[in-house]
Design a protein around this ligand. Structure first.
Ligand code: ATP
Length: 749
């Protein structure tokens, strides 16, 4: 028991909410004509996603909505929406994908013809409903919902349509949808592949261009690396060379320089000596002056000696005179004066006034008469001797002084003379020295000049080295300037060769134009990645395409096998039911190939069929898919009645047609029982005997499928476990009520 209930609200004649509970495996719905019974069957179709409003006896979705009832009833009685809600018992997980014991599917149509689908109360797409139903073998073609007057639909359908119905009944639709989906995916995949391929084609020239650029950049980078490595060795060697050369030259030049300065000094000295010798006249003058001074001193000494001799003589004379006087004086004590002289003094004394004058006069007299060599004279002599002695000692002192002075001058003179002699020697040496120094200076200057030139060369090399370092830093980056110290010096020609290489590389690098390397690399990398991504995508798409093709092929095989096996099984049941109904005879479905080129009529028929389908797109795809095979297959119904020679459906009576149709429907349902089957007055054309057989078959079917039977047939009613009566009041609204068999019989009438 899968079906639990159907709830109608505003659907067609069911103005008010009405619920059918399917508590029995056979539910009968009875009621007078036009009471709304078929509306319930249509409600099933509706809720299961029927897209053909025509098949629901309407023109638009709006026609499904309770439109008010009775003559002159106002619009206000109308409903705004029609809904039908089907409740399934999912405790056996007939809907495997839904993990609830109950599944409700509800469809609502609004006045604006929009539809809503709810799965357990949640809005979903129609597609979801269809797929869900397909998994539970509740087909979209509605093979299990036989509307009123449609009992022989399966017989009147085209062979293709019939095939569709059978496929649906056999539960192959799910595979077909899968196949269709795969085909659609395949198309999308192929479209994507085309797009990816065109994208790759688009970027290919750019990628090629970038690749060339990148190769250039890489080549430049390679050269840069090479330049760096040469630079490193070159710089290390160069630095080593410059430093050692500088040290060597500076130490080498130090000696000669010192020598030059020493020579200069010596030269100056020698020149000084020579200059000094030019002043030798001064020395001679000095000598002459000394000679003159000596002569003067000597003359003076002679004078002093003469004077001394004179003084000594004088002293001696005086001494003799004095001695003489002294001896004479010893005689004079008795000297005689002339009286007259005395008288004269006396005469003069008479004239004197004072004694003193007299005394003096006498004194003078005596004095005058004393001899010249008198004592006074002696005294004078002594005095003179003393004076002369003093004078003599003076002169002696003078003579001594002069002697010392002379000695001094002599020694000075001698010294000077000696000096002059010595100077003469020195000058000669100095001259020689000057010549020697100048000669040596020339030699040393030459050496210093050479070394200085070498130093200048090294200084120049150093400047060049620094300039090259700076340039290297700019051209190839700092790395080139970070070199190791040198262990073994290389020779200059090797260095020159390296420099040559460096210059060549620099020029080549410059020619390549180093700019934009990083950007190009980045763009190339990005483009390459994009291309690789597209290539991968293409591979993935190819893989997906293969997988889809494989899946489609697998599905084709599966559909084909299951279809053929299903047909075999159906035929077995079909002929059984057929012979049961007709008391013999034979019936079967046969697979036929439809002509490849279809007539226009067929295609119109196909259009109709599509309109009645679930999803026009899906159907269209299905046609294409079928066409892609070698001619779509259809199903023909072949019957042969017992005791009758005629064969073929065309020859059947209305009742026979209904019976055949029922036999086929039951056979299909028997082979692959749907959860429920709705039969709307399928039994209408049956006579009493066949009604009974029909009733038996129904009971048999109800073992596998839940049956909802709309019927006026008493026999059929009697087989139902639950009966619902549908009535319609004056308001035009259908009403539902659960009734007993007897009531049902009454209601049906
Ligand atoms: P019979 O036994 O003759 O087959 P029935 O019981 O199957 O009859 P239905 O065909 O189900 O009757 O009901 C048809 C009735 O439903 C009609 O009276 C029709 O007017 C009514 N009906 C259909 N659509 C609507 C609607 N949208 N609004 C109101 N009534 C509607």
């Amino acid at each position: 028991m899968h079906l639990k209930s159907l709830e109608l609200s505003g659907f067609k004649s069911f103005a008010k909410k009405a619920t059918l509970n399917f508590t029995s495996s056979i539910t009968g719905i009875v009621g007078p004509n036009g009471s709304g019974k078929s509306n319930t069957a249509e409600a099933f179709r509706f809720v299961l996603g029927e897209q053909s409003i025509k098949s629901l006896r309407g023109k638009r979705g709006e026609d499904m909505i309770w439109n008010g009832g009775g003559e002159g009833s106002s619009n206000s009685g109308r409903a705004n929406r029609a809904s039908a809600k089907l409740t399934f018992d999912n405790s056996s997980r007939m809907f495997a994908s839904i993990d609830f014991d109950e599944v409700t599917i509800e469809r609502i149509v609004h006045r604006d013809n929009t539809n809503e689908y709810l799965l357990n109360g949640t809005g979903v797409r129609l597609k979801d409903i269809i797929e869900l139903l397909a998994t539970a073998h509740v087909g979209a073609t509605g093979h299990h919902i036989i509307s009123q007057g449609e009992a022989d639909r399966i017989l009147s359908a085209s062979i293709r349509e019939r095939r569709e119905m059978i496929e649906d009944a056999l539960g192959l639709k799910i595979y077909q949808w899968k196949k269709l989906e795969s085909i659609r995916k395949l198309e999308r995949t192929e479209e994507n592949m085309k797009q990816v391929e065109s994208l790759r084609r688009e970027i290919a020239p750019h990628l090629r261009f970038l690749k060339k650029q990148v190769e250039k950049v890489e080549k430049a980078e390679e050269m840069r690396r090479e330049l760096i490595s040469i630079y490193k060795i070159y710089f290390a060697q160069e630095e080593y060379y410059i430093t050692t050369e500088k040290t060597r030259l500076h130490s080498e030049i130090a000696g000669p320089k010192k020598e030059l300065s020493d020579l200069e000094h010596a030269l100056n000295k020698a020149r000084e000596i020579l200059t000094a010798s030019k002043n030798k006249d001064v020395t001679s003058d000095e000598l002459i002056s000394l000679e003159k001074k000596l002569a003067e001193t000597r003359t003076e000494t002679d004078t002093v000696v003469r004077e001394l001799g004179r003084i000594e003589g004088e002293i001696n004379a005086n001494k003799r005179a004095k001695e003489k006087e002294e001896s004479r004086m010893k005689q004079e004590e008795f000297k005689t004066v002339y009286l007259k002289d005395v008288e004269e003094v006396i005469s003069r004394a008479e004239l004197f006034q004072t004694v003193k004058e007299v005394i003096d006069a006498f004194r003078n007299f005596i004095k005058g008469h004393r001899s010249a060599n008198d004592s006074q004279f002696v005294a004078e002599m002594e005095k003179e001797i003393v004076r002369l002695s003093a004078e003599k000692s003076n002169f002696e002192h003078k003579r001594m002084t002069l002697g010392d002075f002379e000695k001094k001058i002599v020694s000075e003179y001698n010294a000077l003379k000696q000096k002059i002699e010595h100077e003469k020697d020195t000058n000669r040496d100095a001259e020689k020295e000057v010549f020697r120094i100048i000669a040596r200076q020339n030699e040393v200057r030459h050496i210093v000049g050479t070394l200085t030139a070498d130093i200048q060369k090294i200084d120049f090399a150093e400047a060049e080295f620094k300039r090259e370092l700076g340039e290297a830093g700019m051209i190839v980056g700092r790395e080139a300037t970070q070199y190791d110290a040198v262990v073994n010096a290389s020779n200059r020609s090797e260095q020159a060769e390296k420099k040559h290489q460096i210059d060549k590389l620099k020029i080549r690098l410059e020619d390549m134009g180093a700019g934009g390397g990083a950007e190009i690399m980045k763009e190339y990398k990005e483009t390459e990645e994009r291309d690789a991504f597209l290539a991968r995508e293409l591979v993935d798409l190819e893989k997906a395409k293969d997988e889809l093709n494989k899946l489609i092929a697998e599905l084709d095989v599966r559909i084909d096998i299951e279809f053929k096996q299903g047909i075999l099984k159906i035929n077995k049941e079909f002929t059984n039911y057929f012979s049961l109904m007709f008391g013999g005879g034979h019936a079967e479905l046969t697979v036929v190939k439809e002509a490849k080129r279809r007539k226009k009529g067929d295609s119109e028929e196909l259009g109709d069929m599509l309109e009645g389908g679930i999803d026009a797109n899906l159907q269209m795809d299905a046609n294409d898919a079928n066409e892609s095979q070698d001619g779509p297959e259809g199903l023909e119904v072949n019957v042969s009645l017992p005791r009758k020679k005629v064969k073929g459906l065309m020859m059947l009576s209305g009742g026979e047609r209904a019976l055949t149709s029922i036999a086929l429907l039951f056979a299909i349902s028997q082979v692959n029982p749907p959860p429920f089957i709705i039969l709307d007055e399928t039994d209408a054309a049956l006579d009493e005997a066949n009604s009974k057989k029909y009733g038996d078959m129904i009971e048999n079917l109800s073992k596998h499928s839940q049956l909802i039977l709309i019927t006026h047939n008493r026999e059929t009613m009697s087989r139902a476990g639950v009966l619902y009566g549908v009535t319609m009041g004056a308001d035009g609204a259908s009403k539902l009520l659960s009734i007993q068999f007897e009531e049902a019989v009454k209601v049906a009438k």
